[in-house]
Design a protein around this ligand. Structure first.
Ligand code: ZN
Length: 184
């Protein structure tokens, strides 16, 4: 599985473009406008993105001081989930969230005006939760119907039930491979 930052290194973050000699008007992060937009900053350390990660970790009842690196997130081992199926599902949700961040970032980049860019810059955690549920459902072999309420209250329960979640491993692999190519 993906155990390094290599898939992210191919993404055209502003820092990557600058490194490749591409002239761009600014290399500053589109979310906070404060630091250079490296992959680490864009996907994890940006103050706006970190707020949403903390919500995601809290949603999955991680330990209070849980604070993984980007490489840790790309691995399949969270360190706080024992059930393998739940671990797979959690990892899939994290990958979906990264997908969400990149799509969101591109939406800001291609906004038609500064006013529109500012309007869509606000944090929207529920839409990341919706996307992860949709993604998980579409990759379930039994198409188990999951209520929004259950997904929010206890997402891990979905994987620890009798539903076959092994497919998620393949789904995550597909996502990792396609991340750099599909999102631009
Ligand atoms: Zn930022």
């Amino acid at each position: 599985m993906v155990g390094s930052l290599s898939p992210l290194n191919r993404l055209p973050t502003r820092a990557n473009l600058t490194c490749r000699g591409v002239t761009i008007p600014s290399s500053v992060c589109l979310f906070c406008g404060l630091d250079e937009e490296s992959q680490l900053h864009c996907f994890l350390s940006c103050s706006i993105i970190k707020i949403i990660w903390r919500k995601l970790w809290s949603w999955w009842r991680s330990p209070l001081l849980y604070n993984p690196s980007l490489v840790d997130i790309l691995k399949e081992k969270s360190g706080f989930i024992e059930n393998k199926s739940v671990e797979n599902l959690f990892h899939a949700v994290c990958m979906t969230f990264m997908w969400h961040v990149w799509k969101w970032r591109n939406k800001i980049l291609h906004a038609s005006s500064d006013a529109e860019a500012i309007a869509i810059r606000h944090e929207d955690f529920p839409s990341a939760q919706r996307l992860s549920l949709l993604w998980a459902y579409n990759r379930s072999s039994k198409k188990v119907i999951v209520s929004w309420k259950n997904w929010i209250l206890n997402p891990g329960e979905l994987a620890s039930s009798s539903s076959p979640w092994f497919f998620l491993v393949l789904g995550v692999l597909y996502f990792g491979v396609s991340l750099s190519g599909a999102l631009s």
